[in-house]
Design a protein around this ligand. Sequence first.
Ligand code: ADP
Length: 651
Amino acid sequence: MPPLIDIKKISKTYTTGSFRVEALKEVSIQVNSGEFVSLVGPSGSGKSTLLHIMGFLDRPDTGEYFFAGHPTASLGEGRLAAIRSRMVGFIFQSFHLLKRTTAKDNVMLPMVYTGLGASSQKALDCLKLVGLSDRVKHKSNELSGGQCQRVAIARSLVNDPLVVMADEPTGNLDAVSRQEVMQVIKDLNARGLTVIIVTHDDEVSQMTNRVVRMKDGVIISDEVRRPSAASETAVTPLPPARHSFSPSEFLEQLKVAFKAIWSHKMRSALTILGIFIGVGAIISLMTISEGFMKSLLSGASEDDAKKIWVTPYYQHGRAPRRFTMNDVEAIKSRVPLAEKVTPILARNLKISVGDKHVDSSVQTREGFALEEQKPRDKFFENRKLTGRFFTKEENLNKAKVAVINQTLAKKLFDSGNALNSDIRINGINFLVVGVAEDHKAEQIFGGQPTAYIPLNTAAKRVFGANRLDYIEVAAPTPADAPEARRQIIMAMRAERGTREDAADDFDVKTFEAQIEMFKSTMGKLSLVVYSIAGISLLVGGIGIMNIMLVSVTERTREIGLRKALGARNSDILSQFLIEAVVLCVIGGALGVALGFGLGWAAYFFIKVPPTLSAGTISFAFGFSTLIGVGFGFWPALRAAMLDPIEALRYE
Ligand code: ADP
């Protein structure tokens, strides 16, 4: 049977600046299963270094180490972590219990890193073995030193190790506790457990069965005092490296992250401020602009979606070519998909009642036959109409009748009741025959005072010119609009005799194109808000990085402990990444609430309810996660790369 530990001529040299310390010089030692060994000697003689190498916390510079019959020199980080996790139990002088954590949870900690699931029964059994069944729910700060060390012993046993290694386990204890703890260890050895203790206390070493004395990095004596309980080492296969994260580990890491964040509430709150404000700004803009789109589209009826507008082509430094009735006729005769063609004149004119004058837009229509006006609701352009619209006959007769919108009615008449009153447009009296509710978009942005008068009246009596401003065309269905647009372009080019290679001197826009234009305007506005938010997020991210670095430093010893208990570098990395991500996601979630709240605050000014879509929410969470990973990575990597021994010794 091979010895459990077979060390052949290992050396270890530390270099600090120009100073070299040979901590171990070609040391050889064998330890069999079931032995109870103490390593003794003066301070600095190399005891701890040897123990750390035996426990896979450190590697020798030269020499060979066989563990349970296997060479270990070529094992990678993951394999070594697995051996520490499943085959070696550590006990430290300063206990290294997790703060504010119960005895039971402390004992359960090593099970996180086996990947085999955790059993609280096992933890309770181990606590019973060290005589602490009545202290299971006590937290580390509610236990005496001796009890803490017994919890640590229970923790070292929980994964059924082949060997327990203790570094000055009684160094921090009074005489009574020391006796207690040593008795527990002795009893464990009597049950067959292999134990190796580093101590400079003779009383402690006398309780062991074999005393190995060291001095200046070499073994100077090796004395067996009592035979150990015979126990054979079966050639146990070394455990494989873990390659996955178990759900229980993920849960544990989440728990640790929340605990760390919760125990520094103020600090965490200040840290997430940047993310909170940045995400809040983005989300408020997104909810508002989505709200806009929604109410614009819901306000737009199929009637709107069918429409196509033919407008003059504005070119810098040149007067646009205006439309005439010939253009209207051309469209009417040559565009099969033009169901309705409405020439429109529009001017900005003063409209007066008594001594009130209001600058208004005056637009023209050709009038609707009374039966066209949906008698029951009296709709005009998808808006409610009080009274009626003027008729085609009134247009032909150049009647002085007008339909005005609500904004204008309110400005001209204190009562708001304009129906059947007289108004003056350009000094000419008109009778108000109808009042139209404002457009949906006007209700949002604040309405433009508008009056509609018959086209012929406008051309002959008011505007004094019959150049049209634009032509509105309606296709049979919204789906026909793009094809209708194409036909209109052909008709207009033919009518105007545009040469094949010349550009159009007019614009034809469908409703969809208008929406696209709105979107692109919104996009430009967004760019500004997003840049501001981006700066806030950058600052927030740097804050996260800073706090994570602080957190890593504060918890250096905990990192060392976790590694000693079998955590891989990747376990530590993921733990701190998760903490950074949790911080960011909390900031992001609060930011979503802030953004939505700002959206509602804006509601009082712009009267559009904000829309919070699933897309917006997932964007916020995805983005926050990304910031957490991005800015948490470096601190997490620093934590992962810490040397376990140095981390454990960190003051
Ligand atoms: P012991 O446990 O017997 O007190 P150690 O094994 O801790 O001795 O140390 C042996 C020698 O190696 C000491 O001289 C110590 O100063 C030196 N040493 C140990 N660890 C380091 C290190 N990380 N860097 C530099 N020197 C070290």
